[in-house]
Write a protein that binds this ligand. Structure first.
Ligand code: MCN
Length: 745
């Protein structure tokens, strides 16, 4: 985003609260204004009531309003003032010269404190079957509490927004996964018609869920650009990203499991509590971790009865938002750890306990005890495929030999199912009124025969441009280099929602493929008209249309397109001029994809460092559209999952001060933390719901890896009696206590 430079552009920087909770008593902007290059300094009073207040219907919800600039900052790092200057350096210097007098208030930083304060932002419960009777009659009951720390999505490119006002229209370039949602939010905050707000998402340097949100900084930058009549740019620093962007996961799950003596699960009872931070995030609100975990907890396992309570509490920390695998990662971690604990209790191997509980293929479509309809899957087969690929028995023999030599080697399994490709019904069902849920694309053949595609769902590295271009090239018979996929621009792209929740592949199927299917017969009819042949005999290939069996009787796609826009001698009957199709699609899902992960780990007893010599994945996303992309997505997501399992932790101290303000403190995984290779197998159970049977998979690795690694580490350290119930499993928790020579008294 920083590459965007506009004439007369100003640079914005934010003054951020150094306190987790305070009241701005006085803001002195005079010294800031005096500085060379500083054009404006604004405080909360200057931006009025501009705030982001996402909606959630369905009850149990307490709304919040996250102001563009806060008078009462509610987390350390929240913006209280902004400086606009002719250079980014002058803006940063200006920030240093804004004097703020704070009245510091007590901060609520932990879930325990939030409980005491009764700071409930959301609460919903669910029950299916006679859970109490199942517990009363159970041979085995396990009760455990699992926790997950805070982390953050860490896109390579932090947030960035450029806004320009031309007196009529607000144009915003944003590093956003959801330009259309941002357009609605900005139009509402600035009280403009949506048609007067244009949001463009050029190349986005990673999003991972963080950039599906709209933030106060976006509102502040847009407001300032309009007020000053000059373009304004804000590029987030890494420090701001770690301190003030949305964060993820922080959760505690108290869970009871009932099983019979054969290790078959009879009931689950869970209380899922997440720390949603200071405000609900726009547009999804702060419910997704708690509700997502609670809903997916039974995973791909037969669970006859289930009751849950999902709760989101408010603390003085940054808002909790979406991050790859939201809700589902914790769900898989809890369920997979529970199954290993159950296996140990009833004396079964972890593979066997899963065999006894996985939903058999014949039982699909299967309604889960949380009420979700699993459309397709074959986990028993995926498990056997993964065990065979890993040579599970061989791994166990190797582990026994290693243990005999005192080494801490462990093997972990994880099976998860994942909701993907959701449409409006899911978002309405959750009550998320600010998430439309539909997608759209238009495909146009221009008069020179080149093809353009505009979609409502921008790519942040998922390879949409490649996949879309391939789909169009294949179906319209044009060379790949004649197809251009445009960055999403709300002015030229049809309206949808954006890229999140692994909906891209399904949306490509429902929009781009359908659009090409509408165009193809029209192209054939036009070609037939030009070639004086029957449309049924027209073959589209390599940018040409020819009569079957007569390759020399051909016209180019450019000839056809020119005829469509400037008909040479009229058009065939019932054919409208022009050669483009726009398709809106409401995915009928969710469709459920999933995978089985097998991790082999070794723990260094002196340092606690975990290495992963082998990693096996067998995934099922239905028919794979682009195998290279799918495998790349798995590699990236598993490495993110390794970070989540072992390294990444946003830490706030007791006063709510973030102490992980740089990437020296917040440990991201690097190549050295990844396994030497990934062994990936595929299994295809097509979705009966989706065009082409396609299911999403972009989040999968991040869902499966923490669970598999946690189980593997737990297995490795079992001889030491270390319990693994919390993520991340940082090295210091596993290391042998340093040997301190006894001091003489
Ligand atoms: N694909 C395929 N065949 C399938 C399923 C998917 O070829 N059966 C391809 C798709 O065409 C697409 C990719 O795999 O190119 C991912 O598709 P999908 O699972 O539908 O996910 P989305 O396109 O909706 O991407 C979103 C997903 C999410 S939710 C996050 S978070 C995430 C992720 O993708 N953020 C990413 N992967 C990311 N990858 C990168 N590099 N950067 C991010 O920010």
């Amino acid at each position: 985003m920083d590459d965007i430079v506009l004439p007369r552009m100003l640079h914005a920087a934010f003054v951020r609260s150094p306190h987790a909770h305070a009241l701005v008593r006085h803001l002195d902007t005079a010294r800031g204004r005096e500085l060379d290059g500083v054009v404006a300094v604004l405080g909360p009073d200057d931006l009025g009531a501009a705030a982001l207040s996402p909606r959630l219907s369905g009850g149990g919800f307490t709304s919040t309003a996250w102001p563009a600039l806060a008078r009462e900052p509610r987390f350390c790092g929240e913006a209280v003032a902004m400086v606009a200057a002719t250079s980014a350096y002058a803006a940063a210097d200006g920030v240093e010269r804004v004097d703020v007098d704070y009245d510091v208030r007590p901060a609520c930083v932990t879930l325990e404190q939030a409980w005491r304060d009764d700071a409930v932002l959301f609460r919903r419960s669910h029950r299916r079957g006679d859970v109490e009777a199942a517990f009363a009659g159970a041979a085995v009951v396990l009760s455990e509490a699992f926790t997950h720390g805070r982390l953050t999505a860490s896109p390579l490119e932090p947030r960035g927004t450029v806004a320009a006002w031309d007196g009529e229209t607000l144009t915003v370039w944003a590093s956003s996964q959801t330009p259309r949602i941002m357009r609605t939010a900005l139009a509402t905050a600035l009280r403009l018609d949506e048609s007067r707000v244009r949001v463009i998402a050029p190349d986005v340097g990673g999003g991972f869920g963080l950039k599906m949100h709209v933030f106060p900084e976006d509102v502040a930058v847009a407001t300032l650009a309009r007020r000053l009549g000059r373009p304004v740019k804000w590029i987030e620093t890494r420090r701001e990203n770690l301190m003030a962007a949305s964060q993820a996961r922080e959760q505690r799950v108290e869970v009871d499991l009932a099983a019979n003596a054969g290790g078959r699960v009879q009931a689950l009872r869970a209380r899922v509590v997440s720390d949603a931070g200071a405000y609900h995030i726009y547009p999804i609100t702060g419910i997704l971790e708690a509700l997502g975990t609670a809903n997916i907890l039974p995973g791909p396992y037969l669970t006859p009865t289930y009751a849950f309570e999902a709760i989101a509490l408010a603390t003085h920390k940054p808002p909790l938002g979406a991050y790859r695998g939201v809700g589902m990662t914790m769900g898989a971690f809890v369920m997979e750890r529970l199954l290993d604990l159950l296996a140990a209790r009833v004396g079964l191997d972890p593979a066997e306990i899963r065999r006894r509980n996985l939903i058999p293929r014949e039982a699909y479509p299967h309604v889960s005890p949380s009420g979700m309809r699993y459309d397709s899957g074959d986990f028993p087969k995926a498990l056997e495929q993964a065990l065979a690929a890993a040579d599970y028995d061989g791994l166990r023999r190797g582990q026994a030999a290693a243990r005999a030599r005192g080494r801490l080697v462990g093997i972990g399994l994880a099976c998860y199912t994942e909701y993907t490709g959701m449409g409006s019904e899911v978002f309405r069902g959750r009550g998320m009124d600010d998430v439309p849920g539909i997608e759209a694309a238009s495909v146009r053949v221009d008069p020179d025969g080149s093809v353009r595609c505009a979609t409502s769902f921008p790519s942040q590295g998922q390879g949409h441009a490649t996949t879309i271009a391939q789909v169009i090239a294949d179906r319209l018979g044009v060379p790949l280099d004649r197809v251009r996929v445009e960055p999403t621009d709300t002015r030229s792209a049809p309206l949808g929602s954006g890229t999140f929740g692994s909906r891209g592949a399904v949306s490509i199927g429902g929009t781009v493929v359908t659009a090409t299917e509408r165009l193809r017969p029209k192209i054939q009819t036009l070609a037939a008209h030009l070639l004086e042949a029957s449309a049924a005999d027209v073959v589209l290939e390599d940018g040409h249309a020819h009569v079957r069996g007569f390759p020399q009787r051909a016209v180019t796609l450019a000839d056809i397109a020119r005829a469509a826009y400037a008909p040479p001698s009229g058009l065939p009957p019932d054919i409208e001029p022009g050669l483009e199709a726009t398709v809106s699609f409401d995915p009928p899902g969710p469709t459920f994809s999933g995978a089985v992960h097998v991790a082999l780990v070794e723990v260094d007893p002196d340092t606690g460092r975990v290495t992963i010599p082998r990693y096996v994945v067998v995934e099922d996303c239905g028919p794979v559209v682009n195998p290279t992309i799918v495998e790349g997505q798995i590699h990236g997501a598993v490495v993110q999952g390794i970070g989540e399992a072992l390294l990444e932790r946003i830490v706030h101290d007791a006063a709510g001060q973030p102490v992980t303000g740089t990437l020296m403190d917040y440990a991201l995984p690097t190549a050295g933390d990844a396994p030497p290779s990934f062994e990936i197998g595929h299994l295809e159970t097509p979705s009966p719901l989706m065009p082409g049977g396609i299911k999403g998979m972009g989040e999968g690795g991040t869902i499966g890896a923490p669970a598999a690694i946690a189980n593997a580490v737990a297995d490795a350290v079992a001889p030491l009696g270390v319990a693994i119930t919390a993520l991340p499993i940082v090295a210091e928790r596993l290391a042998r206590p340093p040997h301190h020579p006894q001091r003489k008294a």
